[in-house]
Design a protein around this ligand. Structure first.
Ligand SMILES: [Zn+2]
Length: 429
């Protein structure tokens, strides 16, 4: 039995009361067993006095293997962007995907993310990188109509094989990714849902990212994408829709009725200038579970969830001319407990409480940007003033992945060198 004691930090618990307390956190065998005053010692003691201890962040939508594709298609109109990304993606080999996944995992450990939801093909390659890194990945194999894919074989069958080979693991949780209504037929959506229902899997999909997607679908079916997904009987509590930017109030209500979750990706939407802003105020009123994602590195270009929380709050405020929409506490909820709920792990992840899995991040209390540090401003400091450089220590499932900014699972030099090589090959530089 291994134990870790995180001593004396300002603990942002994210419990039901949203308490911030000065406390010790005792971890045994990957679980938090006590938050409070701990008298006993542990195998490993981390002095967090003066530091901020918070739950690991949940990135609810990304394509981690694209971490080596940064900068390949910046500042382009959307059509040119897609053409460029698809062309580079089509020539990727397993070793590039592995290099990208490892680089992305390194960046997430460095920036305080402990759980992420991924959508891509070759998730078997990504799974190996995730397990080596010690992070937790909900890996959703991309499913789409066969005529649109570059995957060998039938995408849903590939997804099923991935699931069979990876179910029951601790750090890799297989899910189903559906690329979007523009490449997935009704049959594909419902086939994926049937498999998800039989095996209790997450259904993760892109939804209404661009206006063109919405109007093309309306031309084709007479329905907007979320209306259509509701009518064909696809929506349900296992659904996590990424973007959800171009929605009507009726579509928001359909998502709420289905108890579906969304992952807002504000940086990606703004960088691609797709114009849509997810209607979060309406979603919150109607009861849609809102989480937060960075999207992949071709559209962000980082996996920084601190930046994402700030941009999300600012975009919503600016868009509504109302600084009261999306408060700091809500932004932090989206990136922690709501993200956990979106992947049906809300009862075991997303907060620092006895009984939960030990996904814990320690921020440097000496960072000038996080001072002054008062019980009343710690959450606002994390959201509006925090950045990845503040992260000192990252623990996932009771395993220390980085301590005092030194990585303990991945070979940093190796990961960086492989990423450089993959980048050079893919970018042709
Ligand atoms: Zn995406």
């Amino acid at each position: 039995m291994s134990s870790i004691l995180v001593k004396g930090g300002h603990v942002v618990t994210q419990n039901a009361m949203r308490e911030v307390v000065v406390a010790d956190v005792l971890i045994e065998n990957g679980r938090i067993v006590k938050v409070g005053s701990v008298k006993e010692s542990a195998d490993e003691v981390i002095d967090a006095r003066g530091d901020i201890v918070m739950p690991g962040l949940v990135n609810a939508h990304t394509h981690v293997a694209m971490a080596v594709m940064k900068g390949i298609a910046d500042d382009l109109p959307f059509g040119d962007f897609l053409e460029k990304v698809f062309a580079v993606d089509a020539k990727r080999q397993e070793k590039d995907i592995d290099a990208g996944a490892r680089l992305g995992c390194l960046e997430m450990i460095r920036s305080g993310t402990t759980t992420f939801v991924d959508m891509y093909y070759s998730e078997d390659v990504i799974a190996k990188a995730v397990e080596d890194s010690g992070l937790r990945g909900v890996l959703c194999w991309a499913v789409l109509d066969q005529r649109f894919t570059t995957q060998k074989g039938v995408p849903l069958e590939n997804c099923k094989r991935f699931h069979a080979a990876h179910k029951g693991r601790r750090r890799v949780i297989p899910g189903i990714g559906l690329q979007g209504v523009y490449v997935c037929s009704e049959e594909t959506f419902l086939g994926a849902k049937e498999f998800a229902m039989e095996n209790d899997l997450l259904l993760h999909f892109h939804l209404s990212e661009t206006r063109k997607e919405v109007y093309d679908h309306k031309d084709k079916t007479g329905r907007r994408p979320a209306e259509w997904l509701s009518e064909i009987g696809f929506l349900g509590p296992q659904c996590l829709a990424a973007h959800a930017a171009w929605l009507t109030i009726n579509e928001v209500r359909a998502l709420a009725r289905a108890k579906a979750s969304i992952a807002s990706c504000p940086v990606s939407n703004m960088k691609l200038a797709t114009g849509g802003v997810a209607p979060l105020p309406e979603m919150l009123v109607e009861g849609v579970n809102v989480s937060l994602g960075t999207d992949g590195s071709t559209t962000n270009n980082s996996l920084d969830m601190f930046g994402e929380m700030k941009v999300l709050a600012l975009l919503q405020k600016s868009n509504r001319w109302d600084p009261t929409v999306v408060r700091a506490q809500q932004a932090l909820d989206f990136a922690t407990c709501n993200g956990a709920k979106a992947i049906s792990l809300g009862n075991v992840l997303g907060s620092i409480e006895a009984g939960k899995m030990a996904d814990i991040v320690i921020l440097d209390g000496a960072s000038p940007n996080l001072r002054p540090k008062l019980p009343s401003n710690i959450v606002a400091n994390i959201v509006y003033a925090g950045n990845p450089g503040d992260v000192k220590t990252t623990i996932c499932d009771g395993l220390v992945l980085m301590r005092d900014r030194r990585f303990s699972t991945l070979d940093v030099e190796r990961v960086l060198a492989d990423a450089e090589e993959a980048g050079r090959e893919l970018l042709g530089a």
